[in-house]
Design a protein around this ligand. Structure first.
Ligand SMILES: Cc1cc2nc3c(=O)[nH]c(=O)nc-3n(C[C@H](O)[C@H](O)[C@H](O)COP(=O)(O)OP(=O)(O)OC[C@H]3O[C@@H](n4cnc5c(N)ncnc54)[C@H](O)[C@@H]3O)c2cc1C
Length: 272
């Protein structure tokens, strides 16, 4: 990459950066992405999640319950496959940006709200937890990050450098379009068609999921894996599911569960 010349260099390979790279590449120019860590390593308010063991929190629908502290915040309780996740918006954070983690206060805060609705649930039912950082637009003095706008902003800099901040996972496509429109206007005629194509560009899986799962089930059976693995691989990797099968075929240990408690395939780690 150091030897080559690119029309567009994107710095940061989270959803914002990869969305911008996709949008720009789809318009024609050559694009490179520079990522300091690993793609999508990050994800500034901190937001924590608790994961409850199968059966510990019995709900089939997503719920929003008030926090037990009466601070007018809500805890979202969301079933996901056979587990349940609980989390809230976010809290201000000034620690290590590379390694945010839930602390005891985060855990107790979420647990109290869940236990309020599902008596008997305790910390022993929590099988995993994680925290991430949201890039939020606001002033350093803003106390409640949950109230801050999720809108994004673009700041032009010198030499055709554009910085985008804020936004959300779900707005990444529109964010990329806004940013790349600005870059295209800056570069003028050297920018391919200049027209954004991502609204019509399919991502993930082309064609019906049922057909892909049926086909994957054959391959999974051939490898001696449980049938439900087929749906998981198609859901996680879309059109790339045959590559996951190929990896497991080349190294059957990748078909073993990552840990006793989790049912994801180790190839999920490698493919990610
Ligand atoms: C727990 C949680 C739940 C969320 N839920 C939702 C939701 O339900 N819906 C929703 O829309 N949004 C949600 N969000 C917000 C959403 O995840 C973030 O807005 C989004 O992921 C931010 O993506 P990003 O690419 O801007 O930043 P990041 O994902 O942080 O990516 C930035 C990347 O840049 C790299 N980088 C940093 N500095 C440099 C450098 N100097 N050089 C090169 N690379 C660099 C980092 O390593 C990182 O990979 C949630 C966030 C969290 C934490």
């Amino acid at each position: 990459m150091a030897e080559d010349t690119f029309d567009v260099l994107v710095i940061g390979g989270g959803i914002t950066g990869t969305g911008i790279a996709l949008d720009a590449a789809a318009r024609g120019p050559s694009v490179a992405v520079a990522e300091k860590d690993d793609f999508a390593a990050g994800t500034s308010g901190r937001s924590s999640r608790l994961v409850f063991a199968p059966g510990a929190v019995r709900t089939t629908a997503a719920l929003a319950v008030p926090s037990a502290e009466g601070d007018e915040r809500y805890i979202f309780i969301v079933p996901w496959e056979d587990r349940v996740y609980a989390g809230t918006t976010d809290t201000p954070y000034a620690g290590d940006l590379d390694h945010p983690a839930p602390d005891d206060a985060d855990r107790d805060y979420l647990l109290a709200a869940v236990a309020g609705l599902f008596p008997g649930v305790t910390g022993r039912d929590v099988v995993a937890s994680w925290a991430g950082l949201r890039p939020l637009l606001g002033d350093p003095g803003d106390a409640r990050t949950g109230d801050l706008s999720r809108r994004h902003a673009i700041a032009p800099g010198p030499f055709g450098l554009y910085t985008i901040t804020g936004g959300k996972l779900t707005t990444y496509r529109a964010m990329a379009q806004d940013l790349v429109d600005r870059v295209a206007a800056f570069l003028g005629g050297g920018f391919g068609s200049g027209r954004c194509r991502t609204r019509d560009l399919p991502l993930g899986l082309h064609g019906p999921a049922t057909a892909a799962v049926r086909q994957a089930r054959e391959e999974v059976r051939r490898l001696g894996l449980p049938p439900r693995t087929a749906a998981r691989l198609v859901q996680r990797y879309g059109d790339e599911w045959p590559e996951a099968i190929r990896l497991i075929g080349a190294d059957p240990s990748l078909g073993e569960p990552v840990a006793v408690d989790k049912e994801g395939q180790p190839c999920a780690v490698r493919a990610a």
